[in-house]
Design a protein around this ligand. Structure first.
Ligand SMILES: [Zn+2]
Ligand SMILES: [Zn+2]
Length: 139
């Protein structure tokens, strides 16, 4: 498979991921709404150990997710682009910051119980009211 590469808006941070995503999620939880400024966050679920920051250094903050677990969100301190999120067992890359975002169509929609009533949900994704089974990711 090909290496996934990505970076923030301003170019201060670049990274690569050597593993294929196990899922591409749209998360509609309130925390993701605030983190994105939109109706959902769009993430690629990958093994944390497959990801390597090649340029720059992320900043991070921690929040308590709707599920109760602590979520660490990493971003670029210069331009604010959201880059990664993790909760100890699941690690995700923000799809919009990946160079190949075009090829990464969503496969699951999660936390739909928290979705705004007008939020769009793509056809042909697997839907979950809250978190999916652990291996699929989410908060
Ligand atoms: Zn940046
Ligand atoms: Zn979320």
């Amino acid at each position: 498979m090909s290496t996934l590469r990505g970076g923030c808006r301003c170019g201060s941070i670049r990274y690569e991921c050597l593993a294929e995503p196990s899922a591409i999620s749209l998360c509609y939880c309130r925390d993701c709404q605030k983190a994105s400024g939109g109706p959902f966050c769009n993430y690629a679920v990958v093994p944390a150990e497959a990801v390597r920051v090649t340029v720059g250094q992320t900043r991070s903050y921690c929040v308590q997710a709707a599920s109760g677990s602590a979520v660490k969100r990493e971003f670029c301190a210069e331009c604010g682009s959201p880059l990664f999120a993790s909760n100890g067992h699941v690690f995700v890359l923000a799809v919009g910051c990946l160079d190949e975002a075009r090829t990464l169509a969503p496969t699951i929609a999660i936390w739909l119980d928290s979705a705004q009533p007008w939020a769009p949900v793509p056809a042909n994704v697997e839907c979950f009211a809250e978190n999916p089974p652990l291996t699929l990711g989410g908060d």
